[in-house]
Design a protein around this ligand. Structure first.
Ligand code: TMP
Length: 235
């Protein structure tokens, strides 16, 4: 995609969630959308890879443990192919229509996993992001960083449970990576958070689900209120 307009000049609010596998993102996004449902805040939730019909096919290929021998640059290009489709089909139209978009992972994941984990470096990822995604930036990113070993243990237990239940969906390719890979991902996330401290809010440590939810709400509420006021004034 070669965007012909400035994707960052949009009325909507773009909120992303980031973190290692097993960091509790899915649970926290569900808690957040439950809260929005009960107070009547409209939103749209999507995820990466996936979130479009074509993206779901890319996701299946990327996460399937049978996709062996994938070159790191192939993996990187597929993440951006997925993202270009999601931006064009879902994210950009929703932001242009003044909506709140919640995305489970975005380019910070590519920088952490492919840039850090696969050692491709941040520069390549960020250059591709500018070229392919028009440098679209989230308004706010919640980065969940519980203890590294505890996250990995949760992610691996979840996959074992899924395969015991006979789930046909195999999404374990990344979780099968060794600990050194995840340590690089973890460190890259910390580096991104330090560099992008205006945008990224880190929630660290082994906290219970309610405590993390309370911190997510605290991080989001103020910025969301500002955006809602701006939207109402320009309507
Ligand atoms: P999840 O949907 O359960 O979070 O799993 C997606 C997996 O894909 C997770 O292991 C992280 C990985 N991933 C990347 O490696 N790069 C990316 O750009 C994205 C979006 C995800």
């Amino acid at each position: 995609m070669c965007p012909d307009r400035d994707l960052n000049a949009r009325p909507g609010f773009f909120l992303t969630f980031e973190g290692l596998d097993g960091s509790g993102k899915t649970t926290q996004i569900r808690r957040l959308t439950d809260t929005f449902d009960s107070d009547g805040t409209p939103y749209l939730v999507t995820r990466q890879p996936g979130g479009t019909a074509f993206g779901d096919r890319i996701r299946a290929l990327l996460l399937d443990s049978k996709s062996e021998g994938l070159a790191p640059r192939t993996e990187l290009a597929m993440m951006f192919a997925d993202r270009a489709q999601a931006i064009q089909e879902v994210i950009a139209p929703a932001l242009a229509a003044d909506k709140l978009v919640i995305c489970d992972r975005f380019t910070d994941s590519t920088e952490a996993y492919q840039g850090g984990g696969r050692n491709l470096g941040s520069d390549l990822v960020l250059s591709l992001h500018r070229l392919i995604c028009g440098d679209l930036q989230p308004d706010l990113t919640i980065l969940l960083l519980p203890d590294l070993q505890a996250s990995l243990a949760r992610a691996r237990r979840r996959n074992t449970r899924k395969s015991r239940r006979g789930s046909k969906k195999d999404e374990s390719r990344f979780e099968a990576e060794h600990d050194a890979f995840f340590l690089r991902v973890y460190e890259k996330y910390r580096e991104i958070a330090a560099r992008e401290h205006q945008r990224v809010v880190i929630i660290e440590g082994e906290l219970d689900v309610d405590e993390v939810h309370a911190r997510v709400m605290k991080a989001i509420s103020e910025r969301l209120k500002q955006w809602q006021t701006q939207s109402a004034n320009s309507a």
